[in-house]
Each structure stands twice: as C-alpha cells, then as structure tokens.
Design a protein around this ligand. Structure first.
Ligand code: PLP
Length: 425
C-alpha cells in the first residue's frame, strides 16, 4: 500500500523538534575561521552576529532544540512533502525510485526561510532591529510586501559598493560583494546585525530540518536512500538535506551524496581547497574552503543563488573527507532537465535545484542501463516562479550554454591571501 503513495506527508506532531549538528560527529575537526586582519582563529566577528548564533556556529552539542516560537512559524509550511516522481520515472523508463523533498511550499518559495526564521528570532531576542539579507533579486517585491527594504548589490549605500560601481557601472554583482556591503552596513550601526543565508555552520544546522524530515518520510515510504543529490551555492540546502545521511555514511552505510554546482562557478570541481576570504572586500573571516578566489565574479547565469566564489567550509570539509562527491553541470543542460521535470511532475523548478535535477536524471538513466532499482533523493530547494524570464529565454532558444572562464579564475586565485597559520597538533 505504502508503495502506491505519491506524497509522503509527515504529520505536524512528528516534525523534528531539534536541529542536527554534525560538528561533534566529524572524524576530523573543521579548521578554525581566521580573523581577516590578524589571521588568528576567531569567532564570528561581533557585533555582526548575536552570541546565540555564534555559539551554534561552534557548538559541540549533537542536537540543538528548536525554540517553540520558531517551531510555531515553521508550522506555517513545515513539514514539507517528500514526493515520489512516478511520472518522471516513467518518462525516463528507469527502474530507479526518485523522491524529491520539496521546499518550494514555503511562503518565500524556497528553503531559505528555515534559517531566516531562526536568525530573525535570535536577532530579535538579542535586541537587534535591522538585519541585512542577501537573497534573490526576483524575491524583492515579496520581501517588500512582508515589510522589508531591499537593496540590490552593488549599491551606492556603502563605500565598497560605490567603489565597485565607479570601476564598473554595469557590474553584475556577486554574493561575495553583497556580503561585503552587508558587513559594512552592519559594522556601521549598533542596531543592525548581519544575517547570512548560507555558507556558515549555523545556517546548515537550521537547514538540517530538511534532512531530518526526509529520513522520517523515507521510513514512511519503506525505503532507504542510495543516492542523495542537491545543488550547492553556499551549500546550505544541500548541507541541510545531506548531514543526517552523512552521519549514516560515517557509521558505514553505503550511500552516495552528490553536490551539484554550475560549470560557470565550479568551486568544488575546479577550485583548490585553500584559505580564502568569504567576501570580496575582506571584511568577513578567512575560511578553509574550495574556492575560485574571492575576487572571481562568475558570469551572470540564471541560477543567481549558485554564484558564490567559494563553498561552505563544512561542505568543503565533507568533500575533503570523501564523504560527499561533487559534479558541475552547464546551465543549458539544467534547463533541459527542468523542462522535463515540469512537463512530468508539474512543478516549475528554480534554476538552482535544476542543477540537481539534471544529475538526478543522469543517475536514473544509469539505473536504466544497469537495471538497478536505486532510491534517489533529490533536494528540490525552490520553485521557479520568479525565474520565468529565464524559462522564456530558454523556450525561445536564446539561452546560451555558459562557459568556464579559466583565465579569470587563474587571476583570482593569484590573489588568495597568504596565510601562515598552522593548526596546533
Ligand atoms: C532555490 C534556491 N536553491 C538553492 C540556492 C543556493 O543556496 P544554498 O547553496 O545555500 O542552498 C538558492 C540561493 O539563492 C536558492 O534560491
């Protein structure tokens, strides 16, 4: 009977009440984060972050209780459904079982709220009034509807933004630049904190609710995952989905966990693991991560959320320890996969998770060849309703395949900070 179900809906009463923190379970500790000027180990720079989030960033607790107030807001849209992609399976003619965890049901249309709610809660408790967010431009009107003021980066509101625009008035911006501007703004006011939507450990901690729910839902479906696939920008939706499964893998379970990035910004598949700045201006800490160089500005592909020069230190560390794999796919191929997904499963996916859809389809087709009935779990981090102009371009044949700019990456890698820090043995 369970096999016939399409949607695995976890009852509200079974929603996880704690986030999972993978840090104390790691076989090798994460390298510290370093102060951008002194190059010495540091905490998240105060006053940018409230102390609760700083504690979570380095916590040794295996589970951290989700505050009741946060759980109440989560219940507006959580638990999110796990859906069996029967129609996609049929179209591909694969014996694989494909499930997708759909985060597009949140009011904002993506996974980002899982941490935004938690961060807003902890910041409010700490008495902060203003939080600078960096999110998708297309969500601007929604954010304004909910009462936010949104500034697109690079902006004329900060010295760094002005400097960037003076050098290139048409600069397409990047996540690294937006971080610099947000830090500058937060450093200059007492009532303002900085909220990062990805990259940091505490963000992946908050996103772990995705993976924790998915595990319970796979039990409802009476299956175990063979392959987990998610897209990576700063690494938060992938990290959140993956960490509970990485825990199983560390205990010896055979499971493949694949992070998918764009070929235009392939930090994990092409970049070195190195100390680098988290932002362009050098205000955020220096971290050990796979990087293309903090001054690298990726070409303006439609998956704007994947245009980050580096990768979450935690996701980088999991990759270094060979607990996860990484692949890069081209934007044209991702749109072809997105269209196939929309025409079979109905949901129009955001360009970011369409990268994961492409690899899901590749893996399902491999199963078709081998006859294996693998269980594939795809992280569908958001819908693409704000990305319809990109779909229009694709449908009218105007969307180009993106190119990897090796020369620009080489230039940016030459500007990596020189760090002498060696971890004590
Ligand atoms: C729908 C969606 N998926 C994925 C991402 C990538 O971010 P992350 O790697 O932190 O999940 C974004 C970022 O904007 C996004 O909007």
């Amino acid at each position: 009977m369970a096999k016939k179900l399409t949607k695995f809906i976890l009852p509200e009463k079974d929603m996880p009440t704690s986030w999972y923190n993978i840090l104390p379970d790691l076989p090798e500790p994460l390298p510290p984060i370093l102060h951008p000027q002194t190059h010495e180990p540091t905490i998240l720079p105060p006053p940018l972050f409230p102390s609760t989030l700083n504690d979570q960033e380095f916590s040794k607790e295996h589970f951290i209780e989700i505050p009741d107030e946060v759980l109440d807001v989560y219940k507006m849209y959580r638990p999110t459904p796990l859906i069996r992609a029967y129609r996609l399976e049929k179209a591909l003619g694969t014996p694989a079982q494909i499930f997708y965890k759909y985060e597009g049901v949140s009011p904002a249309g993506s996974h980002k709220l899982n941490t935004a709610i938690a961060q807003a809660y902890y910041n409010k408790k700490a008495g902060l009034k203003q939080v600078s967010y960096n999110q998708k431009l297309y969500r601007r009107i929604m954010m304004e509807t909910w009462g936010a003021k949104v500034v697109a980066s690079p902006s004329t509101d900060t010295n760094f933004g002005k400097q960037v625009l003076a050098e290139d008035p048409n600069c397409p911006g990047s996540l690294g630049m937006a971080i610099s501007e947000a830090c500058e703004d937060a450093f200059s006011r007492d009532d303002t904190s900085y909220s990062l939507g990805s990259v940091l450990n505490h963000v992946i901690l908050h996103q772990s609710i995705i993976g924790l729910e998915t595990k319970k839902q796979l039990e409802m479906a009476d299956v175990e995952a063979d392959i987990i696939i998610g897209c990576v920008g700063g690494g938060s939706n992938f990290g959140g989905l993956a960490v509970p499964f990485v825990k199983d893998k560390m205990k010896g379970k055979k499971i493949e966990i694949i992070a998918v990035e764009p070929t235009a910004c392939p930090s994990m598949t092409k970049g070195p693991l190195a100390w680098d700045l988290g932002d362009v201006a050098g205000m955020a800490p220096i971290v050990m991560m796979y990087t293309l160089g903090h001054s690298f500005i990726p070409s303006p592909i439609h998956a704007g959320g994947l245009r980050y020069h580096g990768m979450s230190p935690l996701v980088s560390h999991l990759h270094k320890l060979k607990l996860i794999d990484a692949r890069a796919v081209n934007q044209k191929a991702t749109f072809e996969s997105a269209i196939q997904f929309a025409r079979t499963e109905g949901i129009i996916p955001a360009p970011e998770p369409s990268h994961a859809i492409k690899v899901t389809i590749d893996e399902a087709l491999k199963c078709k060849e081998s006859g294996q009935k693998k269980v594939i779990v795809l992280g569908l981090s958001g819908h693409g309703h704000f990305d319809l102009s990109a779909y229009e371009q694709f449908l009218s044949g105007k969307l180009e395949a993106d190119a990897y700019d090796e020369a620009k990456v080489k230039q940016a890698l030459a500007q990596l900070p020189k760090i002498d820090y060696v971890a004590p043995k």
